[in-house]
Design a binder for this molecule. Structure first.
Ligand code: PEP
Ligand code: MN
Length: 301
């Protein structure tokens, strides 16, 4: 209990308004991925788990391209109740299998506070989606476990509201929160949402938590995902969350913004160059680590 989030607390009634130095929080996932350190973490996979084969194919492809975690929704928040809402528990079993096959830790969305036990052993990171950023019973519940939480910014949430939502999780006892900028609703109709690039340096200076960016939901269009991803890295993001589908045309959700595995591999190549330009590097995934070890090269700290 009692973790505190901010250098400068957004609500002066609960904390000091004086900036104070604080070391960045580096969140370890399954002891093989560190989020918030110098390395940039790539999380990729389908919007929704649609079946065993597509998940395994995607997991293998994103691992080959350089992702170090696999995303995939089992429970999908959909605007229309008649849209595909995820395969639920069947999808959780598929995620476990995909992790065993690839060594990639799993990021998956939790929508219901009653699902915490059911997600245990499956989710290495519990995603809280934009629509649930202010679902306080859910924030309290994930605050009671030790699994890291990926908290997405609400559709129309201010940075302060995002930070106070994160504070719920910390105050309930879980200090491992990854903040995610995924675009906000503006007057602009050219993109699904507007990526708030400024949120990255603001959040990095206001908190000690890792900040990642989801260029897929921010743009809504596959052609825009890579440019936004590169901009996010240049602006200081600690990672990316990218939707990848083996055949985006056939996707049951978010096909328009999903990259093919080939396009994702291209994103990774270009992200690597931008990371180097800003003095960082992409975190190697488990497969790469193993290759490095087999080659007899010293294991990075
Ligand atoms: C998702 O990641 O698939 C998702 C539903 O994202 P958001 O909550 O940001 O809309
Ligand atoms: Mn999606």
């Amino acid at each position: 209990m009692g973790h505190r989030l901010l250098y400068r607390h957004p609500d002066s009634s609960v904390g000091s308004s004086t900036p104070r130095p604080c070391a960045p929080t580096v969140i370890s996932v399954r002891d093989c991925v560190a989020v918030g350190g110098t390395d940039i973490v790539l999380i990729a996979g389908p919007c929704a788990v649609e079946g065993r084969d597509m998940l395994l194919d995607t997991a293998r492809a994103v691992r080959r391209a350089g992702a170090c975690m696999l995303r995939g929704g089992a429970y999908k928040p959909r605007t229309s109740p008649y849209d595909f809402r995820g395969l639920g528990e069947d999808a959780l079993a598929m995620l476990v299998e995909a992790r065993a096959a690839t060594d990639l830790p799993i990021v998956t969305e939790i929508m219901d506070p009653r699902h915490v036990d059911r997600m245990h052993g499956v989710a290495d990171v519990l995603q809280i989606g934009a629509r649930n950023m202010q679902n306080y019973p859910l924030l309290d519940e994930v605050g009671r476990v030790t699994t890291p939480v990926l908290l997405k910014r609400g559709l129309s949430a201010t940075i302060r509201e995002l930070l106070l939502a994160a504070e719920y999780v910390l105050a309930a006892g879980n200090p491992t929160v990854i903040l995610c900028e995924r675009g906000i609703r503006t007057f602009e109709t050219g993109t699904r949402n507007t990526l708030d690039i400024s949120a990255i340096p603001v959040l990095k200076s206001e908190t000690h938590l890792p900040v990642i960016v989801d260029p897929s939901h921010a743009s809504g269009r596959a052609a825009l995902v890579t440019p936004l991803a590169l901009a996010a890295i240049a602006a200081g993001a600690d990672g990316l969350l990218v939707e990848v589908h083996p055949c985006p045309r056939d996707a049951k959700s978010d096909g328009d913004q999903s990259l093919t595995p080939v396009a994702f591999a291209d994103l990774v190549r270009r992200a690597d160059a931008v990371a180097t330009a800003v003095g960082r590097r992409l975190m190697p995934n488990a497969a790469e680590w193993r290759r490095t070890l087999i080659a007899g090269v010293a294991c990075p700290a």
